[in-house]
Design a protein around this ligand. Structure first.
Ligand code: DGI
Ligand code: FE
Ligand code: FE
Length: 415
């Protein structure tokens, strides 16, 4: 009898968490193969802007070279909901004579398992393996104290063990725990942050990341018309000088995006909108923060121009209909920067400083050339000069955030 593990999911996209669970299950239970069973587009899970074929292609890339990992598309093109019990029944019919199945569940699905459609049928045809982690979506961290966190972990472990016993009893089938898997990742987090190269590198197989970049998956799609319309709209909000700067940043951000293979229209949109709150008065900026519950720090209260990033991000979402959170984030942090910025954050931060209309800052030639050679070093140089400039302009307070960004990038280039 061949032992087959079945790992079902939307795989939107497949990531290292999936691969680790598959590898852990294979080793621990001596499985011969793991079948990556791709679901179709079921109504309860939104699978937007990506085709079933693309999800399948990514799984194929991810498992290439992994012995015994096999992509399976039997549910992929079905328009109606495929219940796992139906699939298992089918698998049993086709392969039951020489295969023994192990159905792999994430922790979340495990707790609700008895409320699935016909769990008893699933248990008739497969043993159940439970990953002590969620491999699809996981919750954000809460404010638990370290002791609280330990207590919560213990409570969860206890509940988990009880649940295993309860299910074994109820379904008269083996339920096993897969030994812990270190990486905690979710596909939704990856969809949000995949254009941050450092993050993608630890979350995804190289080939999958490249596929996402080649096909520009998971980026909000901005057409040329949308950019043009937005430009017209923003022109009315800015004075002539600020508008000229904005166009300069848009073009420079687009160019940097070419160089670093980032979706260039998203970078252009970020450039176009980054200073949309710059021509408001300080009172207006503070009023918006108050109304919208946007946090204002002490330094920001003294220097409300610093708020034009955060307020700009707010307006970009509400008024200019940007949904892409990574784009909104880049706008929010464009003045002070932030430690560990995403690629888009850095592109905007740099474009803002080097766009062709800028001419006052020193060593601009050097910084402009560095932008296309080493983005982190370029960010550092900009911060170095900005802090020096602010230090010279005695009246201005330095935002701790600016300092923190400086120190972070200093450490990066020295490492
Ligand atoms: O909006 P822009 O002028 O295009 O560019 P920006 O958003 O980078 O803002 C630039 C100004 O913000 C520049 O004069 C330097 C200043 N700035 C950056 N970090 C700090 C800061 N000003 C203060 N007071 N404190 C900071 O930490
Ligand atoms: Fe700005
Ligand atoms: Fe700017």
């Amino acid at each position: 009898m061949k032992k087959i593990g079945i790992l079902g999911g939307t795989f939107n996209p497949v990531h290292n968490g999936h691969l680790q669970i598959a590898a852990a299950a294979r080793t621990q239970f001596g499985l011969d193969e793991i079948w990556f069973l791709l679901s179709g587009n079921p109504p309860h899970k939104e699978v937007e802007g990506i085709t079933a074929e693309q999800r399948y292609a990514m799984v194929s890339l991810a498992v290439a070279g992994e012995d015994g990992f096999v992509p399976k598309d039997m549910e992929l093109r079905k328009k109606k909901i495929c219940y796992s019990w139906e699939t298992l029944e089918k698998l049993h019919r086709e392969y039951g004579a020489d295969c023994e199945f192990y159905f792999i569940l994430g922790e979340d699905s495990f707790y609700a398992f008895e409320h699935w459609a016909k769990p008893e049928v699933i248990c008739r045809y497969a043993k159940i393996l439970v990953a002590h982690r969620n491999f699809d979506e996981h919750e954000e961290r809460t404010d638990l104290t370290p002791q609280g966190e330990r207590a919560a972990e213990q409570a969860k472990d206890l509940a988990f063990a009880q649940m295993l016993r309860y299910y074994r009893e109820k379904f008269q089938q083996d339920f096993f725990e897969i030994d812990s898997v270190p990486v905690e990742l979710s596909s939704s987090e990856i969809r949000r942050k995949v254009y941050d190269r450092a993050f993608a590198q630890q979350a995804l197989p190289r080939t999958v990341a490249d596929y996402i970049y080649e096909n520009q998956l998971y980026a909000q799609d901005f057409s040329a018309e949308t950019l043009e319309k937005t430009a017209k709209k923003i022109k009315k909000e800015l004075n002539a000088k600020r508008y000229a700067h904005t166009i300069g940043v848009m073009l420079t951000a687009g160019n940097l995006a070419y160089a670093y293979r980032f979706p260039y229209k998203n970078a252009m949109m970020a450039g176009l909108l980054h200073d949309c709150a710059k021509c408001l008065s300080d009172e207006e900026r503070l009023a918006i923060c108050k109304e919208e519950g946007i946090f204002v720090s002490d330094v920001e209260r003294c220097e409300p121009h610093l708020l034009h990033g955060k307020v700009g991000a707010f307006l970009a979402e509400k008024k200019y209909k940007v949904r892409d959170v990574s784009l909104l984030h880049a706008i929010a942090v464009h003045t002070t920067g932030e430690k560990d910025m995403s690629l888009l954050d850095k592109i905007l931060f740099v474009a803002d400083y080097i766009e062709p209309g800028r001419d006052k800052a020193k060593r601009l030639d050097e910084i402009r050339s560095m932008a296309y050679r080493d983005l982190d070093r370029c960010v550092f140089m900009i911060l170095e000069d900005t802090l020096q400039y602010l230090d010279g302009a005695k009246r201005s307070q330095i935002d701790p955030q600016t300092k923190e960004t400086y120190q972070f990038y200093q450490a990066i280039i020295n490492s």
